[in-house]
Ligand binder design. Sequence first.
Ligand code: ADP
Ligand code: MG
Length: 746
Amino acid sequence: MIQLRNVSKFYYSKGMIASGISRVNLDFDLGEFVVITGESGSGKSTLLNVISGLDSYEEGEMYINGKETSHYLASDFEDYRKKYIGNIFQNFNLVNSYTVYQNIELILRINGYSKEVMRRRVDEIIDRVGLSAFRKTKVSKLSGGQRQRVSIARALAKDTDIIVADEPTGNLDSESAAGIVALLSEIARDKLVIVVTHNYDQFEAYATRRIKMHDGKVIENVHVVPIPPASGQQHAGSAGRMSTGSVLRLGVRNTFNIFYKFLLLLIVFLFLVFSVSSQYTSFVNKQYENSILGYNSYFYNYSNDRVVLKKSDKGLFTEDDYTALGRIDNIKTVAPNDILLDSSIYVEGDMLTVEAFPRSISEFSGEPDLGRLPEQPGEALLKGPNDGYFMSDDSAEAMLDQSFEAWFGDSEEMKVTIVGIKYEPVDEAAVSYSGEIYLTDEQIQQMRTDLYSSGSTIITTINGKDMEAGMGDYYYRVMKSDYVPKGNAVVSEEISNFYLNEESQDLNMKAAIGHDISVQVRNMFYQEKMNLKISDVYTEKTFKDKTGDSNYDEHDGAIYISNEDFRTLFEKGNYQCSVYLDDLKKADETVQAIRDLGYVALPLKDTVVGMDEDIVSMVEVPISILIILAIFCISYIVAGLILRSRSSYFSILRMLGLAKKIIRWILNVEVLLVANIAYGIFLIVISLVRRGVIEIEYMQTLVQFLQMRDYVILYLLICVMALLISAWFSRRLFRKTAMGSFREEE
Ligand code: ADP
Ligand code: MG
């Protein structure tokens, strides 16, 4: 059945070559009971490992049923072991955390037996080796003799033609040893049994052949009794491949089998899940802040209780929006005219300058302390602390009913008359406090129109060329004029020159009249395009007559259009809105409620004012990624250390003939299961935080930013990390031969 011809095996270690066995010639047949003896280091184990396909050989040829094996790959030897070999070891190689039943069942699972066959056979075999009383006992609780019985039972269960036993009685007292020898002889019928021993006498009664080894060579090979005629009965050997169900079963069993190992691995994965999710959140958070900051990259009025909102469809805010927002708990005021909040009005008189943020009078509550409420455009109510800086009682009275010049953003100078004063208590906590100036809605609308106009980039297409007016430029900017009819445009000489006939070089300043000109408005909220017909051209002399504007020096180059067209371009509602909160401690809840209504919300208390967002994202994103990688590496190393305690388990599986691919899957199931449990715990914690059962601030901010999509991404991330950990570990495990990785454990 097995023939060895001049087989040699060498060990390489630290540059030295040691010979395990050299030029061994032996034949083995079914029905034999071969006993191998020899002093320690003579090559007995090496011979057995080569015969059982656990180790490779370097020279000569081994024939199995007449077939050469020198070209065998690792997978061929796996098949061979599975089909022919039952191993029994001096140190048993049992899975200590499994029960007797599970250890024997394992080998049947590996060989793909059906459930019913497994149950019947395992019980039958446990009876046969006399361990019925210990069926459900963990192997770690058994004595040496009992353990060796389990390992014989395992070899029996496999029912292979060849049983190979390396010093099976080496670790046993003489009484247990006698029992084991008897058991071995009993199962030897019709099989080939090869036993290595120090004590030939123990086996003498049953041996059919004696082999003695010395220095890697066979020095004695005697048939002590003739081989009994084989009954011809074939052994079942391998039934098939391990089923997917068995892979799952083993993976799940191994997960919980050794509780402290499960716990440690779970802690590693909890660490992984929580730290990756918090890093991920800060990354999402940063991106989100950047996206909303893109709409208004600088908040001048950054009081802590302000939350800036836009609609998720980027549309205009309507009364319905303001009402819905006003209904949310903890919102003190809704400030619809948000973009005005970031530009203050300077009111300047002979004796004073006041800087205040414009608000609509409809947002004012209470009664003025002096004077009355504004009723028409140009009238204003000033509100602020009379702290001696903003105003004092004296200055307040002096200001009342006086008209002042005022500036708002880049817009034109305007006149305001202060008709009312409201004092406000001094707020020590305020980050930057200016007063507020309350104006009529009509005036607010006009200011907003001005702001859209001065804050927009305007692209004018003149005779096919696009000219751009940046913010603050008057060249190519649109201005309104009472003198221009709807649909028309009055342009400068310079613009008119675009339409000159190049050949004629004729200086005809009227060249542009009758031509089309188009104006496109772009700002952070909307875009608008309009086609106009050039109806006239102004020069320095005719400027005032044709436009009604007297500031030629500054406004030369501008395009004058009708009031109506100007309104079409710039008189827009609010694309951004702010709310002010009552209780800052409940800010996160309120912000969540706002987001639940479908708005994009940026609480200003969370923004770092003065830092450039691009720098934030350029630095933060790679840092987040680096931290996640670092977390992953730490987890990998720790998980690797924990899993290393499983190396011997996986070596046992390999020695029992299980293919690498399947072992890899058992490991995958185990690691993935722990990862999933960790993720499940994470979700439970999240839902407790959401319900307010757990109040950890870090968790609360974390929860606030996570959406369904993020949970899915996180889950996939964790699973991929788990599979990577499993893959790296199994690659390390399989770098060595089954024997090699096992030796390391010893
Ligand atoms: P035995 O089982 O008879 O005690 P072995 O087969 O274990 O002998 O060893 C045979 C020879 O091979 C010994 O000289 C031993 O030092 C050497 N050997 C065995 N295993 C290794 C190994 N993993 N690395 C290097 N040398 C080894
Ligand atoms: Mg040995």
